[in-house]
Ligand binder design. Sequence first.
Ligand code: C2E
Ligand code: CA
Ligand code: CA
Ligand code: CA
Length: 274
Amino acid sequence: AKHGGRGIVRLFDEVMDESIRFRRQIEGGLSEAIAKGELKLVFQPIVARDQLEITGFEALIRWCSPEYGMVSPGMFIPIAEESNLIHELGDWVIDRAVETLKTWPGQYVSVNFSPRQFRRHNFVAHVMERVANAGVEPGRFQIEITETAIFDDVERAAETLFKLRQMGFRIALDDFGTGYSSLYNIRRFALDCLKIDRSFVDGMGRERESAAIVHSIIHLGRALGMEVVAEGVETEAQLQALRLAGCSHLQGYYLARPMDVEDALVLANRGYIG
Ligand code: C2E
Ligand code: CA
Ligand code: CA
Ligand code: CA
């Protein structure tokens, strides 16, 4: 190249500076976003296979920033996760989710927890207190965690999950199939639900491998008495294939997109999709 090695190094430094500055900006903006009311939750229905009855809603966070526009959680959750912000943010999500849940006739709310939240000291008591204070039954509150949250300290995670289950919370393993869970550990954990990662559902119609993985997860879940939710259902063909495969629950744009709280309430009262 024209500028030689030094130029490349300098360019690299500049890019790094830029990304650190960007990260700091997001961090700063995010911590104010809560106070300024720039965060909101949207809700996506989770439905039972046959009648498309709505059994729950997944809560998904949105940041509507006057400065940056709609910031995707895929962008800011990892940044929050690397600072203590994730706890403040997480508590805000729990409280909002629980408040919304109170307006629905019977569905559960499914809340995403990042690994750092899950490993927090006194996690169980912390969540229990917030849910109980709101007068909500733990059985209508589902905790979604990923394999990453569990598998670096399996003993501790098993204990946490056991306690959560004892208090009546629902537990879902999110993005299942993309992490490092061994079947041995899956058996040990107290889980209510496996969520098949969207990438497998997406590949199902094209590759035998994805279809085979989807089928095995469904069988595994059924054999162990767990609900299985297929994420990212985008087409009628996927819906039919998943039904045929015996997948108990479905979630995805084809059924319903994540929606504002008011629309979620209307759907919750109707009870069914379509
Ligand atoms: P996730 O938990 O795997 O959530 C599913 C993502 O897939 C959501 O993206 C959802 O809007 C999207 N989705 C749903 N159906 C379809 C579909 O049919 N097709 C496609 N292409 N996408 C679909 P979103 O809302 O952008 O969230 C991204 C990720 O951010 C989530 O992935 C989750 O890991 C994280 N996240 C979202 N809200 C929270 C939160 O409150 N707390 C924490 N810790 N993480 C959150
Ligand atoms: Ca999730
Ligand atoms: Ca997921
Ligand atoms: Ca995901």
